[in-house]
Write a protein that binds this ligand. Sequence first.
Ligand code: ZN
Length: 447
Amino acid sequence: MPDRKYFQPEIETMPQDKLKALQLERLKMMVEKVYYTNDYYRQLYDRAGVKPGDIKHLEDIQKVPFLEKATVRDAYPLKLVCAPRSELLEMHSTSGTTGKPVLVFATKKDIDIWADLNARELWMVGLRPGDSLLNAYGYGLPTGGFGFHYGAHRMGVLAIPTGSGQADRQVDVLVDVGVTAFCMTPSFALYVGQRAVDRGVNLRNAACKIGLFGAEPWPWSTRLRIEELFGITAYDEFGMTEFLGPGMTCECEVRDRKHGMHAWADTFLAECINPETGEPVEDGADGEIVWTSLVFEGSPLIRYRSRDLSALTWEPCPCGRSHPRISSIKGRTDDAVSISGLIVFPSQVEAALTKFEEMGPNFRMTLETDNRSMDFFTLKVELKHERLLNDKTLLTKLDGQMREEVRNIAGVNPKSIEFVAPDSLPRVTAGEGKTASARVEDKRKKG
Ligand code: ZN
């Protein structure tokens, strides 16, 4: 049988008008289902004055209230379950590091869909029946392990559940078994690759040709480094545990640096909003991605605010898949600030600054107002080594280049940049919500 380009050609290349019609049909059914089967949703929608019959066009989704992370935590443990208990086959969970976790339930049908979505992605990045996939995501409550595992099974690929950790064993299995593809976090890939180098193992000579990486933001430079270490082509994938990610979005062979990953529109409705106003942004503009599950039965989430900063476009892709694309996740939107009406994300500033190898661990934005009531911001940037502060030529060069890069990415120029010693600024911690206060100081007069 000749090789086919797509795993599910009819769905993957469905004309966009048909795809949107399918989304509308499924959205109507989903809103109706949760309204009539789930008390939590019904109360939420009654409070917002929304009835299932109000959904007549796709845009009507804007009438439906958002699910915030706090709302969903409030529903712990079982309030968002929409299927009979006897039909639930599998439970997963977010980490719950910042409060109650979100429990995610899947029925038989959900697991079937999950397997298809992951098979689509594995096929899309070049795996075929007979290949093998080393899966270094955790096989536990998070969804990375099982998602790719089911996908590999669905398309006839040998699944190798090495799970997370144990870099030496990962290297051994990759080489000794002749594995052709693997998936893990980018930071772990760097570690595994370096471990192989330290042991004198040249992974570039191994059979492996494809790598899938996700679960954390990773700059393009990391991608190049991983490709060099392993001798592979690296692809970006992204999913949220709340929606049984992986299987939500993945890059195709085009690996479009701007537009990013296809988001499967038959299964998920993705919106991109201005995080301050909740209004949709234009196609291709930066904003927060909001996800709606169109088909899951177990614990479907509708209009769930991801707090992930990305951009969404329906611009056609040369690969022939009609599904929209989201750009690689650029950071969190929790700490968005408005500078004279322009939304700026500290994560955009960070993305610009970290392109410079002289950049140290932290930076800080200070927002102020000038005497014409115009907002502006200045930057304090830590350098990697204190001695760099004495190199005036370097500082002048960095000042110019960093401003240019910040303007390219965030659309606004810092008024000044002050370079400071490493670890002299308030430290950003991993905890959600602390990010904003550590990175942004707002000295503007309110009102
Ligand atoms: Zn494509």
